[in-house]
Design a protein around this ligand. Sequence first.
Ligand code: NAD
Length: 500
Amino acid sequence: MHLEPIPSASKVAALLAAPMEGRMLIGGEWCAAQAGGTIDSVDPASGKVIGTVPDAGAADVDRAVAAAAAAQAGWAATPPAERARILWRIADVIEANIDELSELEALDQGKPLYVARWAEVPGAVGQFRFFAGQAMAIEGATITPSITYQPPGKEMRAWTLREPVGVVAAIVPWNSPIVLTAMKLAPALAAGCAVVLKPAEDTSLSAMRLGELIAEAGLPAGVLNIVTGRGAQAGALLAAHPGVDKVAFTGSTATGRAVLDASKGNLKRVSLELGGKSPVIVMDDADLDLAIGGAANAIFFNAGQVCVAGSRAYVHASIYDKVVEGLAAYAQGIALGHGLNPETQMGPLVSARQAERVEGFIAAARSEGASILTGGERLGPAGTFVSPTVVAGVKPEMEIVREEVFGPVLAVQKFEDVDEVVAAANDSVYGLAASVWTESLSSGHRLSSRIRAGTVWINCHSMYDASLPIGGMKQSGYGRDSGREALDNYLETKTVCAVV
Ligand code: NAD
């Protein structure tokens, strides 16, 4: 274990040294929670408190929604090219502060620095650049209706306008805070919406810093408001708030359901990016070096705290022993440690609660008769580390195969033929993502059509790009983040029909 953190940017130290109690952003002002509540932010690798953030209550949420509503019309009326210019500048300021933001994510969330520095913060930059372009490409359609009863001598014209949906509440989880935040903010701002952002209570620090950087980039006051706080309080209040027109939610399926229930009062628009239990299918003709490393990375990247984590592997019987041996060896070779230690390949889980949850799944698998080929332990001396775990001897009905663990735990199963593996892959309430490992173009294509998931990767996994829609089928949610389709979450279509 590489437990010694080696932070390099003094800016992070300065940021952490400054009091955080007054760092919610409402209407362009930084403020504390009106009732004075705070939440501790913990470095999960050491268990030490690194900051104390405001715990927003009803009065704060009301003020944030009112500030967004006041800014909404002005932002919607801002010319698209100006919105695009500001979004592009946001990308630039994030990029200019990439080292600081990456260190902050590593410290607050626990992820290895390289994950933040080379995948997630650049991912956030990519979102703002992509949607800067999209801000200038919002289009309606002209339509020729077949209505025949217009007054004699007149003609009919019809067209559609695309208008911002209004005030958006963006509620995000803790596993990849900055990039998941950008996946909501960039399309919402491009569409002309004003936003109230609620980061997860365990990981609010990068959102608070992002708020400062976004203000620096010139976004008008009130267009982005940030309330830090607990899901059951600030999150639930936003989901139910009559002043919120749309909730853009990323989180667990159970919370997604609660958000949907709470949204009914004013029939908010809701998009839900939820949990997954993504299958990784290794065919008998796979390039095994690629497939073993790829399947291992699909589950162990970010300690398995990835919505699309490949947590169920299905391996063809003819190569099963070799692949499983390779996966176990890969898992054993992963260096655990503090996210800020450059030697670290896998960090802790985000919180003690999450580590205990993951331990519970491993214990249940053991008691149901599965065999833990490697890992399965809580590691110390401090922090919330769980060793990379490979579980074999599992049955389709076991919890470890059905439930989202959200930790570094892979359940491996054997298959004999294609129909069998398609049925097994689709035997899940989730449908977020899948990957297929094969050297056959035909079998890759065919499997990608037969698997019910929002994304299917062939010979790769967890490939994200701002241009590629990502989202779920079945209980993994609806609506898409990223790609042109993400704009649809934040736009209403208005039909104008005229007799001329
Ligand atoms: P969570 O559902 O517990 O929390 C997500 C967010 O919702 C947090 O900000 C939380 O404070 C808030 N929240 C909690 N209760 C709420 C309520 N009643 N009303 C409104 N908001 C509430 O999820 P998590 O544990 O933070 O994150 C892990 C989950 O997120 C996993 O299930 C994972 O698969 C999912 N996820 C999905 C995607 C995707 O794109 N599909 C991406 C990342 C994570």
